[in-house]
Design a binder for this molecule. Sequence first.
Ligand SMILES: [Zn+2]
Ligand SMILES: [Zn+2]
Length: 206
Amino acid sequence: MLVSGERTMALYCPACEQLQYHNFSLFEVSCSPRSFQCACGFIQGHIVKKNQRYEVRLLCPSGNRVRLLYSFKEFWRAPLLTFYSPDGGDVLGFFGGSKNVEEAVSAFDSDLLQPEDFYEPEIMSAILVYLQKLAVANKIGCKCQHPAVGIDVYPDKVELVCSNCGSAMLMGATSQEDLLNLYSLSEIKMQPASYTYLGEWLKPLR
Ligand SMILES: [Zn+2]
Ligand SMILES: [Zn+2]
């Protein structure tokens, strides 16, 4: 629970498409709307206190106005709130303690890698398509008792991670060889609590 009134809000700016952090105190928010301006000059939104509620007014990337209502208690107590647009479910920003907000932003950004972030976008997209195919066919798993395998995507590599036992398989995503290594597998079953680099693992098989 947060006791002080200091909060951080991170908002995606519809104008410059950058993330803008705002640090402020909840004591600054009253019944006259407090505005939040991006470094680019665009007014990203307002927060206003209305009776026992806080209203957050934002703009969607589509330009639609969004009003999000929070109870006084929720707004003061929540370590982290995520602002979603009601129509598309887009994340518009985060609000809460500064550490919580920073963590949420970095987790969100890593999910949102854009094609131009990848070292080799074509190799990466072929790898993701193939992994997706395997996953849909239930061909990605872990031999532990309660497998829960997820895919983490980085600019130059992909990691399969089992959140139950912590096993991981890392594969490069920058070369034709990385792609062929993956194509040589019709199924991926990880050993519990293991850490494998796909390129190394395949070598003895050749
Ligand atoms: Zn901006
Ligand atoms: Zn596992």
